[in-house]
Design a protein around this ligand. Structure first.
Ligand code: GLN
Length: 448
């Protein structure tokens, strides 16, 4: 009841797109009875969770914030959702986002933009803006988002909450609407590292429905987290001195590094000269994958269907897609089909794959010597609504610090440690090696 009342009182933030109030109350009642009857209760007994509108929940609407899926209901649940429900969590509703998770502001949504509760004239970040605001404004205890290039960490940074993206393959992608399949991961928003650890422990692990989900069993994160250790921490002066980075953010991170050193951690600069290549590589590879993934939305079996007269099948596809997709999604489909086209494949797609490989090798070498890499999450604090909508390149460049973890597949987290002079929160980003969520969560817990 508390969360439903909070959600109703903050409707103007536009964080939720569907609220399952009656169902949630019924479920809460059933959970109370279960406890009263002395039955075994789940590890998430009564934990109220919101999920991004790209994660399937059986017999509930699933729209990817797109008109092309308006009215669509999922016939199955994502593995992650099944596992939360099996532990007695309550899914209270679905959360607003950028269409098909493409964006950094939550302004590309068929449901309209989401407001940042810290300053309602500003964007919450994206694409999982609704998921970030839901936790920021206390509308649920935890929320799920998806992170292809920063869509969990960057909105967490803008909203002053924790945003965590696991290793690629740690959580099954079954039931997650695909954007860039070799990048996508379900991520978690929360206010306490231990809550995130528990949700991860429950959702992670092998899944017969996703061959890219790792066979490695998740570790027992929750009981082993409070842990003092001395870590070897790398930072990139090229990243902290980058001209696009707000000097106050840079200063705060340098200061944090000094404090870490003073408290006994080994903190060292590492030369990193690939920064300027990673955003272009990311946008070539993800638009290529997206153009292929989104070809399934043709209006034949499900989704938006035109009511205009059509001449033939191709015309039918064209009209369905023209009417159904928004501007940014169309831009990316065009970019993706271009970089995959016969004449440009080697110049763009193959080259970007090479950059990805070089980057992966370089990061691996760093993790041979260090436990963590520390970076900013975003070059600026939350921008004003509308500020970057006319300049997609400026918007893409702002992903400079987050896309690296997805190109390489490592886990990363944004921790809300700082407040800017302008009053807005911002975070510290930490990355560890593949499948080393334990170190990432332990170190984060120590910092929070
Ligand atoms: N801002 C990035 C993009 O638009 C990240 C999106 C995401 O992680 N889903 O692609």
């Amino acid at each position: 009841e508390h969360y439903i009342a909070r959600i109703q009182a903050t409707r103007h933030l536009n964080a939720f797109v569907h609220i399952y109030a009656d169902e949630a109350l019924q479920q809460a009642k059933a959970l109370d009875e279960k406890r009263a009857n002395g039955q075994a209760i789940g590890r998430l007994h009564g934990v109220v969770i919101g999920i991004k509108d790209v994660i399937a929940h059986k017999h509930h609407p699933l729209g990817a914030a797109s008109n092309i899926l308006k009215g669509f209901q999922s016939i199955y649940s994502a593995t992650a959702v099944e596992r939360l429900l099996a532990e007695d969590a309550i899914i209270i509703g679905s959360l607003n986002c950028d269409e098909f998770a493409m964006g950094s502001t939550n302004e590309n949504s068929a449901y309209g933009k989401v407001l940042n509760a810290a300053d309602e004239t500003r964007v919450p970040g994206g694409s999982s803006g609704g998921s970030a605001v839901a936790v920021q404004a206390g509308l649920c205890m935890l929320s799920l988002g998806s992170d292809t290039g920063g869509s969990v960490r960057q909105p967490a940074d803008f909203c002053g909450v924790i945003g965590f993206k696991p290793t690629y393959g740690r959580i099954s992608r079954y039931g997650l609407i695909a954007y860039g399949s070799s990048f996508d991961q379900i991520g978690i928003f929360g206010t306490d590292v231990k809550d995130i650890a528990l949700a991860l422990e429950i959702m992670a692990g092998p899944d017969d429905y996703d061959s890219t989900a790792s066979q490695q069993a998740p570790e027992d994160y929750t009981t082993t987290i409070p842990h003092k250790d001395s870590y070897r921490i790398a930072y990139f002066p090229e990243a902290l001195d980058h001209p696009s980075l707000d000097p106050l953010i840079s200063k705060a991170i340098y200061k944090q590094l000094e404090e870490l050193k003073a408290s006994g951690h080994e903190v060292k600069p590492v030369k990193f000269d690939l920064l300027d290549f990673i955003v272009p590589a990311y946008y070539i590879l993800t638009t290529a994958e997206a153009s292929s993934n989104l070809s399934r939305y043709d209006g034949v079996r499900y989704g938006h269907r035109t009511t205009q007269p059509v001449t033939d099948l191709v015309d039918f596809y064209k009209k369905n897609r023209t009417e159904g997709f928004g501007k940014e999604v169309k831009r990316r489909i065009m970019l993706g089909t271009f970089v995959l086209s016969a004449g440009y494949y080697d110049a763009y797609f193959t080259k970007a794959q090479k950059v990805r490989k070089i980057l992966t090798n370089q990061i691996q070498l760093i993790f041979n010597e260090f436990d963590c890499i520390v970076l900013p999450t975003s070059p600026t604090t939350a921008f004003k609504a509308g500020e970057k909508t006319e300049d997609p390149i400026a918007m893409y460049i702002a992903d400079i610090y987050t896309v690296m973890a997805n190109l390489v597949g490592v886990p990363a987290i944004s921790l809300p440690l700082f407040r800017h002079e302008n009053g807005l929160p911002f975070g510290l980003q930490v990355m560890t090696n593949r499948f080393n969520e334990l170190t990432l969560l332990r170190f984060s817990d120590e910092l929070m």
